[in-house]
Design a protein around this ligand. Structure first.
Ligand code: GLN
Length: 327
């Protein structure tokens, strides 16, 4: 029966994915290049050897290797989810007035604005992310933190915890972000509750997730915004399209061009060591390993994505087989 063969094929693919994920984990565990982020003092304390690879399919199946349930701070991966929230709450036009969609080719914390249009360059660099955070509705920091936590709740299927040490550490040392935010205030890009918005931005970055969580977020985005296990429509499909577009072009910061060239999967990284990749219609792939390269991307994570993409032919423009007219 065709149904059986389809599920046989899915089972077969799951077995294959399990083998590949286990092999990629073993192959890359000895790789110790890079260093964990230390510009946020609390982040320097993580165990640099912790390593996980997780896959979640759109039908809710999971495959993984390593420390898939180890918690770490989501950091910049939050920017992707927050961008979706802003688009849903305020609409594309209002968001585009403050934040563009062009990659910068500069570091994630560059003090850089889109001067022509007087807006932040894109939502995946700190400037754009803080302009997006500024759009979170609420009349107190507590109310706005609740909005952010309930966004995460829908993606994670549970209310998330914040790492209060990392949050406080960034509040205490985040002066570069402060500089960017005040520059945006001076240009009228954000409103004048700057310290509160910075605080909220640091809070959204300090949310604790696991690699398994990230894979399921990826599967939700891959599944047109419907969470594979709760069934909830977490985000509208047309918003997912916008989220994945900027993830593809800007998600890996100034490595974005090479990333699209070699991996070809929309993705977002964070200095906590996580990378979230989305395979539309298929599932989410996530890695966690805290040692970072000069761009702020996880070293092992980038390698695993490269090989996973090649192994399964997942590049967006994978040649596949051409259609030929019959003669
Ligand atoms: N909280 C970090 C910062 O603002 C996030 C950066 C990142 O993950 N690239 O510097």
């Amino acid at each position: 029966m065709p149904e059986t063969s389809e599920s046989d094929e899915r089972n077969q693919r799951e077995v294959w994915a399990r083998e590949v994920v286990a092999r990629l984990h073993d192959d890359h565990a000895p790789l110790t290049d890079g260093v964990p982020a230390d510009y946020i003092p609390e982040l320097a304390d993580v165990d640099p050897d912790t390593f996980a690879i997780s896959v979640a399919m759109v039908d809710g199946r999971r495959v993984g290797a390593g420390a898939g349930t180890h918690p770490f701070t989501i950091q910049s991966i939050s920017k992707l989810l927050m961008y979706g929230l802003a688009l849903e709450t305020h609409g594309r036009e209002a968001v585009m007035r403050r934040v563009g969609v062009a990659p910068t080719g500069d570091s994630f914390n560059a003090i850089l604005l889109d001067e022509d249009d007087n807006r932040a360059p894109n939502p995946m660099v700190n400037a754009g992310a803080m302009a997006i955070t500024d759009l979170v509705v609420g009349d107190s920091i507590g109310a706005r933190v609740d909005v952010v936590r309930s966004l995460y709740e829908r993606y994670l299927g549970r209310l998330p915890e914040l790492d209060h040490h990392v949050w406080a550490s960034e509040q205490a040392t985040g002066n570069r972000n402060r500089a960017i935010a005040y520059l945006m205030l001076s240009r009228g890009i954000i409103e004048d509750r700057v310290e509160e918005t910075l605080d909220l931005y640091f809070a959204q970055c300090s949310v604790l997730v696991t690699c398994d969580d990230l894979a399921m977020i990826g599967a939700t985005l891959a599944n047109h915004g419907v969470h594979p296990t709760t069934g909830e429509q977490v985000v509208a499909p047309e918003v997912v399209r916008d989220m994945l577009s900027v993830a593809l072009t800007c998600g890996m910061y100034d490595y974005a061009g090479e990333w699209v060239f070699t991996v070809g999967i929309p993705a977002k990284s964070g200095v906590g060591g996580g990378i979230l990749g989305i395979l539309p219609g298929v599932g989410g792939l996530a890695t966690f390993s805290p040692r970072l390269d000069q761009f702020g991307n996880s070293v092992r994570g980038v390698k695993v994505f490269e090989e996973f993409s090649a192994q399964f032919g997942l590049h967006l423009f994978d040649p596949g087989r051409p259609w030929r007219p019959s003669r």
